[in-house]
Design a protein around this ligand. Sequence first.
Ligand code: ATR
Length: 279
Amino acid sequence: MSTRPPTAAVIGWPIAHSKSPSIFHHWLARHGVDGLYERIAVPPERIDAFLEAFSTHGLVGANVTVPHKEAALRHAEPDAVARAIGAVNTLWLEDGALLGTNSDCAGFMRNLDDAAPGWAEGAEGALVLGAGGAARAVAYGLLERGVRPVLLANRTRDRAEALAAAFPGTRVIDWARRDAAVGEVGLVVNTTVLGMKGKDPLALDLSAARPGTVVADIVYTPLATPLLIDAAARGLPAVGGLGMLLHQAAVGFEKWFGIAPAVDPPLFDAVEAELAGEA
Ligand code: ATR
C-alpha cells in the first residue's frame, strides 16, 4: 500500500517553466493540505499512452498544458465548456472515469468579477481581440453571462469567422476596424500574445472608449502590459492577466484537494515575486 498523499501534476512538453507548481505549493502549505503537485514532462509521442493509462500513475488529477490540451480532450470525458473551447486543461478521476474541463473560462470570468466588480452592468457588448484557444474561453464565458454582442477581431479573419460560426452571439469585425469598435463596447479583452515580453505591443487606440469601459489583458508577463498602462492612464478600469492564471488554477485545486483555495494578495505577491525573479 502506498502512503503517498493525494498527488496532482502538470503535464506538458516542455514543462520546466510552468508557474503552476509554485501556485499549488503555496496553497498546499497555506491551507495545510497533505498533498503533492509535480511536473511531469510527457513528449508528444507518449501522450496518448500516458492519458490512456492515467489511472495507473497514482495521480488524483492533472493540469494539462501545451501541446497536450487537444489530446486530453480526446482521452477524457469533457464537460460542456471544454467541448466548446475544444481543449481540456484540467483532468480528474471520478469513479474510475477520467473527466476533463477547461478552467480558462472560469479563470477569466472570476478574475473579471474580482478585479472589476459590476463590469457587467455597463457592458453592452465586448470586443475580444484574438481567435485562439484563449479567445474561445473568453467568448464562451461572456456569452454565458449574457454579454451581447461579442465582437471578434483577429489579424487572420478566417480564424475569427470559424470561432463566430461556433458561437452564436458573436460578430466578426475586421482587424483594421478595432479602434473604432472600442467605442461601441463596455469591455475590451486582449487574448492575443501582443504585449507579452519579447513581442510587439498591441496597437489599439483607446481614445474612443466610453468612460468606465473595462480593459482586460490575459497577458501577465509583464504584469502591466502597454495596453493596461494606457487604459489606467485614461482612467479606465484595467484588469491584468495574472488573476486569470491564479483563478484557473483554483478550479483544479478544488477538484483534487476538496478546498476552494484563496486567490488573494499573499498569493499574488508570491507569484509576482517569482515572476520578477525571472525578469
Ligand atoms: P492561444 O490558443 O493561446 O490563444 P494562439 O492560437 O497562438 O494562442 O493565438 C494567438 C493569437 O495572437 C491569435 O489570435 C493570433 O492571431 P492570428 O490568428 O492572426 O495568428 C494573435 N497574434 C499573434 N501575433 C500577432 C500579431 N503580430 N498581430 C496580431 N495578432 C497576433
